[in-house]
Design a protein around this ligand. Structure first.
Ligand code: EPZ
Length: 431
């Protein structure tokens, strides 16, 4: 398993460019299942979850081209015919977002068999609301042997109110509703920018969607969707991660190719903590030339503070003067990074959904373990300011959602390198 070796103490200086949003690319790739015409997506990030989704769609019979060279980070997905409308446990267990194929498959093929995702490091993460919504649209659902089977001759539009706000639940049902007979009204929807980006693509494909990005989305079902070309929005979580990195290292970092309007809650919280930033229409510059102070933060659904930046914000508060209380309202177990930060010298006490961080504490290098995607980002941030050389193991977690993060950080002055397995298997085989 690859590791990162990071020597702390370097301020990040210069410009880093943000990639396309993983959490917009995943539902947009699933949307290609809804048509027998090719769908072209640009600004696709080169991360593991995209490769996993490519494999998932190809296993169903889709033709998926994925090019990162001059092809502008582009994928062309052509689901002319789908001979196996299912998502196997082997694939779903590596990426729970595979459940995003459930709605499109039922809508397109009238049948879907998708492995239940099981829990993950940050929580139980059930998909009961996806299932309940599909049943409201007329799908017959059975669950056995760890799989969900859904069938419907043709889905019928309905009024659906989500019991809880769910991002991929909203996306799954939005996709299903585009081919349902009649009108569907989805209420208490997720308002994340990635939902609106998916709706943009679906409308380009001929869907009739209004209200994406607000709590109520209206969909007039159509009988067929066509191919389209779409550029994925920038990754606001990657942008937020780099903004925090610039602040923590006392650097002067320009985060280019992002959309600051997706970052209002994060930026206002950082300003409250004394971090200085300047935004243009497509970039944020962070000037870390002054000490920052403690700030309390609670994660909320968008447009509130994003849970996907909670771990990174916690790393920042270890370097802030004073006590910060961080409340994680979205997931029940999303403080796995805290103990690793404590091993580096942070002062953090976990009390249920609350973490009490007392700063500023100097951090010292240690051997630490990444547990999930955003926890690993938080350890990278801590390592960038720690005294000495930190070794982060299991960086495959970070490769799921950050494109070439070590190259990007090196490009703005970080002392970071990736080390592969000490003795690659093939070499070990040669005696
Ligand atoms: C999406 O996950 C993101 N993933 C997550 O990003 C993100 O953390 C999360 O939204 C919250 O913003 C993708 O978009 C691929 P939810 P999702 O359904 O849709 C409960 C990352 O780091 N819930 O909005 O799975 C659930 O347990 C990843 O990039 C149900 O109870 O999250 C949670 O407590 C991590 N029943 C809350 O709702 C359901 O049927 C929000 O979950 C669905 C969800």
């Amino acid at each position: 398993m690859d590791k990162f070796v990071i020597r702390g103490g370097e301020p990040l200086l210069g410009t880093v460019r943000v990639s396309g949003a993983k959490n917009a690319a995943l539902p947009c790739m699933a949307a290609a299942l809804l048509t027998d015409q090719p769908v072209i997506l640009e600004n696709i990030p080169q991360v593991r979850d995209i490769q996993t989704t490519r494999n998932l769609l190809a296993a169903m019979g889709a033709e998926v081209e994925l090019g990162y060279g001059r092809a502008q980070h582009r994928t062309t997905i052509h689901c002319a015919k789908l001979n196996a409308p299912e998502a196997s446990y082997e694939l779903v267990k590596t990426m729970r977002a595979s459940t995003l194929v459930l709605g499109p498959l039922v809508a397109r093929c009238g049948h879907a068999r998708v492995s239940l995702p099981g829990g993950c490091a940050i929580g139980a993460r059930p998909i009961d609301l996806h299932i309940k919504g599909l049943e409201s649209l007329g799908a017959r659902i059975t669950q056995e042997h760890g799989y969900v089977e859904a069938t419907a001759e043709r889905l019928k539009g309905a009024e659906i109110v989500f019991d809880k706000i769910t991002v991929t639940g909203t996306e799954d049902l939005l996709m299903a509703a585009t081919l349902a007979e009649g009108e569907t009204i989805l209420q208490n929807c997720a308002r994340e920018p990635e939902v609106a980006d998916l709706a943009d693509l679906l409308n380009k494909m001929g869907a009739k969607i209004e209200g994406a990005g607000t709590p109520t989305i209206r969909v007039k079902g159509v009988s067929k969707l066509k191919g389209a070309k779409h550029r994925i929005i920038p990754d606001r979580i990657e942008a937020g991660t780099f903004i925090i990195a610039g602040a923590m290292t006392g650097g002067d970092l320009n985060i280019a190719g992002c959309d600051p309007s997706h970052l209002n809650a994060l930026l206002s919280k950082l300003h409250e903590a004394g971090v200085k930033t300047k935004a243009t229409s497509d970039s944020v510059r962070v000037m870390g030339d002054n000490p920052f102070t403690a700030a309390d933060m609670s994660t909320e659904e968008h447009p509130g503070f994003p849970t996907d930046c909670q771990a990174q914000f916690m790393a920042l508060t270890t370097q802030a003067e004073g006590t910060s209380i961080i409340t994680e309202n979205i997931f029940e177990n999303r403080f796995m990074h805290a103990q690793e930060l404590v091993r580096m010298g942070a002062n953090i006490k976990i009390e249920g959904r609350r973490a009490v961080v007392r700063g500023k504490t100097p951090l010292s290098a240690a051997a630490v373990l990444a547990s999930d995607l955003r926890a690993s980002a938080s350890l990278v941030l801590a390592a960038l300011v720690a005294d000495g050389e930190t070794i982060i193991d299991r960086v495959y977690h970070i490769d799921r959602g950050y494109e070439h993060i070590e190259e990007k950080l090196k490009g703005v002055g970080a002392q970071i390198r990736r080390i592969g397995e000490m003795f690659p298997k093939k070499a070990a085989a040669v005696k």
